[in-house]
Design a binder for this molecule. Structure first.
Ligand code: ADP
Ligand code: NI
Length: 217
């Protein structure tokens, strides 16, 4: 099968798999990450086919929505790509992208690196920032029935991976525990530039939020 046809089939598979998903991790998130990937990859030395497959398949069974199981997503992706007879080396690489893309508190080091992972990770991170980042954070908090904000619950900056995954903190804390840390963790030149703008927007958003919270005009 030609690469363009594999991409088309993958899009259909992901749309189908993500029907009914939480609004911040649905097909539209994948479409945005796919588009971000193409934008960022324009100035990076990557195999576009691998990067696109990684972007499209990175969230088909997020551990957050599968009792913490981190194997379901990569295994599902592998089976799907095998069904299309994609080269095993490419499948291995895509699986590694899916396994290593996530933040999970950021306080651990991953063993796998590749230019393709760098691009897809930046593309995914950009979708956690800016206006869409704000929308996704509150949608996720609502989905989990979390408080929007609670001044007496302080952000926890030392969380290990397990604590981060179990956290039930108010959504505003997520800005400090993850979203505002991302701009300094971007891998690519284009990713860094866009992240900088989106970061500034979130700071402005938080300023306005606290003004309103505190009854200021
Ligand atoms: P992780 O942060 O575990 O790597 P994701 O990258 O899938 O997970 O997170 C994607 C998005 O889901 C975040 O950018 C944010 O919008 C939302 N999200 C995840 N955890 C939280 C949280 N504790 N509070 C609010 N939003 C969250
Ligand atoms: Ni994602």
């Amino acid at each position: 099968m030609k690469e363009v046809d594999i991409i088309k089939k993958t899009i259909d598979f992901v749309k189908d798999t993500l029907q009914g998903a939480e609004g911040g991790h649905d097909w539209w998130h994948i479409e945005r990450v796919h588009n971000n990937t193409k934008l960022i990859a324009a100035t990076e030395p990557v195999n576009m086919f691998i990067a696109e497959l990684g972007a499209l398949l990175h969230d088909i069974a997020d551990a957050k929505f599968n009792d913490g199981d981190e194997n379901i997503g990569p295994e599902k992706a592998r089976k799907f790509l095998q069904s299309l007879q994609v080269d095993e080396k490419i499948i291995d690489h895509v699986e590694n992208i899916i396994r290593n893309i996530s933040f999970k508190g950021g306080n651990f080091t991953s063993t796998f690196t590749s230019a393709e992972l760098n691009v897809v990770q930046d593309a995914d991170r950009l979708d956690a920032l800016g206006a869409i980042g704000v929308a996704r954070a509150f949608n996720y908090g609502g989905f989990k029935n979390r408080e929007i904000y609670n001044p007496s619950v302080k952000p926890d900056m030392q969380m290990d991976k397990e604590t981060y995954k179990k956290s039930n903190a108010p959504t505003i804390n997520h800005f400090y525990e993850k979203l505002l840390l991302l701009k300094d963790r971007m891998n690519t030149v284009t990713g860094k530039k866009i992240a900088g703008q989106r970061h500034e927007f979130m700071l402005l958003y938080l300023q306005q939020f606290y003004n309103e919270w505190n009854g200021k005009a």
